[in-house]
Design a protein around this ligand. Structure first.
Ligand code: CO
Length: 212
């Protein structure tokens, strides 16, 4: 771990390196952002969206929280989605979960987590929705991994439930919504291949916010 002072030394070196390879880099950044991606991921320090996607500053709009939750009542994530779609015109929205997620692990424990209870309930609700499948898995690690995946799927559905995503997709053909898993143990990124059009059609049976 770097010391506190080390951070600023690292920053000076980074600025110098960036300028050496691309003299206009920071001037371009100051002109504005035009990212194609909105990335919604976990706050976990091991999951670095820029590194794992191999992208530069300016290419991805990012929101992170414990367990990569997209809650309808969370003004933060809802504002991020609205801004990304309406103003930045992102082409893709990604919900990226990760194996060995502490948030998911905590939600699997029968324990009072205090102030974390309402947040973790979002994950416990995912468990309840998929109880039959999850209870059929006897291996604990396998069950944990599967809940990580199902949580990503459900949070993708929560993105699709928003009016801004439905309306924009049906008029412009984007954004597409994707679910990914980052494997902390291997570094591999896995696309869960969520069928966006099918899910949108299914969601709109009940959550249709496209009209009017
Ligand atoms: Co996590």
């Amino acid at each position: 771990m770097n010391s506190y002072k080390q951070i600023f030394e690292n920053n000076k070196r980074w600025v110098a390196e960036k300028k050496a390879s691309d003299a206009e880099f920071f001037e371009r950044l100051a002109e504005g952002q035009n990212p194609d991606f909105l990335y919604i991921g976990c706050s976990d320090s091991r999951v670095d969206s820029g590194e794992l996607m191999g992208v530069e500053a300016g290419e991805v709009f990012v929101h992170r929280n414990i367990g990569n939750i997209v809650s309808n009542l969370d003004l933060n994530v809802m504002s991020v989605i609205n801004y990304a779609v309406d103003h930045l015109h992102v082409k893709h929205i990604v919900v990226c979960g990760h194996y060995f997620c502490g948030g998911v692990k905590a939600a699997m424990q029968a324990k009072d987590m205090g102030i974390l209870n309402p947040w973790l309930r979002n994950i416990r609700d995912v468990y309840r929705l998929h109880k039959t499948e999850l209870n059929a898995i006897s291996d604990r690690d396998e069950k944990y991994n599967r809940l990580v995946e199902l949580n990503v799927v459900e949070q993708c559905l929560n993105v699709i439930k928003t009016a801004v995503v439905q309306k924009t997709y049906l008029t412009k053909g984007f954004p597409l919504v994707h679910g990914w898993i980052f494997n902390v143990k291997t570094g591999e990124l896995v696309d869960l291949n969520i069928n966006f059009q099918e899910q949108l059609k299914d969601i709109q049976e009940i959550y249709n916010l496209d009209a009017g």
